[in-house]
Design a protein around this ligand. Structure first.
Ligand code: PEP
Ligand code: MG
Length: 579
């Protein structure tokens, strides 16, 4: 069993097909002076050939290809035309007399070493793009361009194939999609590698960052990819194979059923329309949100743009960098609203891993507290978000508010950011709605303070449960006490939903419970009409909504809210699903 990074869900079972990198078979020799220019030309020709190849792949992209693919192929074309690839290796041939392959590999190794120094995970992973471009050129030079096995056999009894490679470029993945390939395993890559992103868009189980899978797995080995766990099982025992086949069949049945609901509006049996929104961490996640049929982004956790930025020349992403990311998300959502939460840094999401943490970080300088303590940083983010609001509907969501003065200070800073933008003639939505995360019990118990000052509320149950029950959400020793159905949590949830409804302001839940279909009816019965969750959960929750008659469940939910014994609550919530 090999452990890697889960990047694309589902189970794939098949025989391994190994893609050998050309780099492993490269000859190294010195070229005599009189042949140097001919060697330079050989490399130039190979680079041109790859350029043409990429243009062809780009031009012939099937209409249903994932939207990011064209952009990724453009990135590869850009790298190819950059002097670092198009010129430096030529210099190496001329000065050191290396043969073309050796010169190219030398340059790529040099670049790889430089990329390894980069702290930012996303940028560091771009090293793979350079490697993939180099690999294509090498394959042309060595005449070992990939020969693909035959297309998908119509005979379904034949085993399907799993591509095992040191690395796969997004353009190569596209070539595989119509063939009998059902999964990908690569040695390289991370959560943000382009291969991972494309695998997610293609909805193919994949596990990346497997270190040396491509040397441990042999051609034709039986391979199981458990994309949810990020594990790969090689040559499994028959009983394991059988178990996975059953699990896979079950998953496929469920997915097929759910897949049909993508375009179905989320309306309950009694005709109540429910808003199903997506939680995202990076603008790239918008594709998954749209694909799942989300009607907008209910929570863009902006801190992921900041984390891992430390150690670089600038410790924080600049206003322009942030603006680009927010704008990208808004444009990607094509007119659907995007709720951007301002920086929620601290506790389990430290800005700097090496930073000294407080004794109780979850109770420390986190989220809005941190932002108000760092006004320049906060203003930079506010300006970036405001500027993006000129490109589509944005809601501003503020985490961890508990005090009236925090709300007032935040609103004042938003006004200050607007004044600053007006001074430099930058456009923004002057009426951008501002809302609060309700995730501290004190906030849920003082809702009038919030309703009076803000436009909407979003309940962060992950933290609301943590703070209500005094259970550190990341401490496994008390994980058994972390109960979303604790009557105190339900009371706070209900109070917030009811207060919002009474005041006529929207209330969403964006914590994990919003994406748990087992709790959908409970939340509907409490009056919740906006759910924001991981895109992968949207369809399962929608199915639950379509089957629910709110009038029917309301009385049962009212009784649950008057129950204080945990087992009775759990029982009653389960029985809700039978109504
Ligand atoms: C929450 O607390 O419920 C929430 C959605 O925010 P996060 O998980 O990012 O703290
Ligand atoms: Mg939170």
């Amino acid at each position: 069993m090999l452990h890697g990074i889960p990047v694309s869900r589902g189970i794939a079972i098949g025989r391994a097909h190994l893609l050998r990198p050309a780099a492993r078979d490269v000859k190294h020799y010195l070229v005599p002076e009189e042949r140097v220019e001919a060697e330079v030309q050989r490399l130039v020709d190979a680079i041109n050939a790859v350029n043409r190849e990429l243009q062809t792949v780009r031009r012939d992209l099937p209409p249903d290809a994932p939207s990011e693919l064209a952009a990724f192929i453009d990135v590869h074309a850009l790298i190819l035309s950059d002097p670092i690839i198009a010129e430096e290796p030529l210099k190496i041939i001329r000065t050191r007399h290396y043969n073309a392959e050796w010169a190219l590999l030398t340059q790529i190794d040099e670049l790889s070493a430089q990329f390894d120094e980069i702290e930012d995970e996303y940028l560091r992973e771009r090293k793979n793009d350079i490697g993939q471009v180099g690999e294509r050129v090498l394959k042309i030079l060595t005449g070992s361009a990939t020969v693909l096995p035959p297309s998908a056999p119509s005979d379904e009894s034949l085993p399907q194939m799993i591509v095992v490679a040191h690395d796969i470029s997004p353009a190569d993945m596209l070539q595989f999609r119509d063939r009998a390939f059902v999964g990908f395993v690569t040695d390289l890559g991370g959560q943000n590698s382009h291969t991972a992103i494309v695998a997610r868009s293609l909805d193919i189980p994949a596990a990346v960052g497997m270190s040396n899978a491509s040397t441990l797995i042999a051609e034709d080995d039986w391979v199981i990819i458990d994309g949810d766990a990020g594990i790969v099982i090689v040559e499994p025992a028959p009983v394991v194979l059988e178990q996975y086949r059953e699990a896979q069949a079950q998953l496929i049945r469920e997915r097929k059923k759910l897949g049909k609901l993508k375009k179905t509006p989320a309306v309950t049996r009694d005709g109540t329309r429910i808003h199903l929104l997506a939680n995202i961490e990076l603008p790239e996640d918008c594709a998954a949100a749209l694909d799942a049929g989300a009607v907008g982004v209910g929570l863009f956790r902006s801190e992921f743009l900041f984390m891992g930025h430390t150690g670089q020349a600038s410790r924080l992403p600049s206003e322009d960098e942030q603006f680009e990311s927010y704008r990208k998300a808004v444009v990607a959502m094509k007119g659907r609203p995007v709720t951007i939460r301002t920086l929620d840094i601290g506790a389990d999401k430290p800005l700097d891993k090496d930073e000294e943490t407080a004794l109780n970080p979850a109770l420390g300088l986190r989220a809005i507290r941190y932002c108000l303590a760092e006004p320049q940083m906060f203003l930079t983010q506010l300006r970036a978000i405001l500027r993006a609001s000129a490109y589509g509907p944005i809601n501003l969501l503020i985490p961890m508010l508990a005090h009236a003065f925090e709300i007032d200070q935040t609103l004042a800073m938003i006004e200050q950011a607007k004044v600053q933008l007006r001074a430099v003639k930058k456009k923004f939505d002057p009426n951008i709605p501002v809302g609060a995360m309700i995730e501290i019990p004190a906030a849920a118990l003082t809702l009038p303070l919030f309703i009076k000052r803000l436009n909407f509320l979003s309940i962060g149950t992950n933290d609301l449960i943590q703070y209500t029950l005094a259970i550190d959400r990341v401490d496994h020793e008390v994980a058994h006490l972390y109960n979303p159905l604790h009557p105190a949590v339900l009371q706070l949830l209900h109070m917030t939903i009811s207060a919002g409804a009474k005041a006529g302001i929207p209330v969403a839940v964006c914590g994990e419970i919003a994406g748990d279909p087992k709790l959908t009816r409970l939340l509907l019965g409490m009056g919740l009409r906006e759910f924001s969750m991981h895109p992968a959960q949207v369809l399962a929750v929608k199915q639950e909504i379509l089957n629910t008659d709110i009038d029917l469940i309301e009385p049962a939910v009212k009784r649950i809210l008057k129950t204080f014994e945990a087992p009775s609550i759990a029982d009653a919530v389960e029985r809700l699903r039978l109504l």
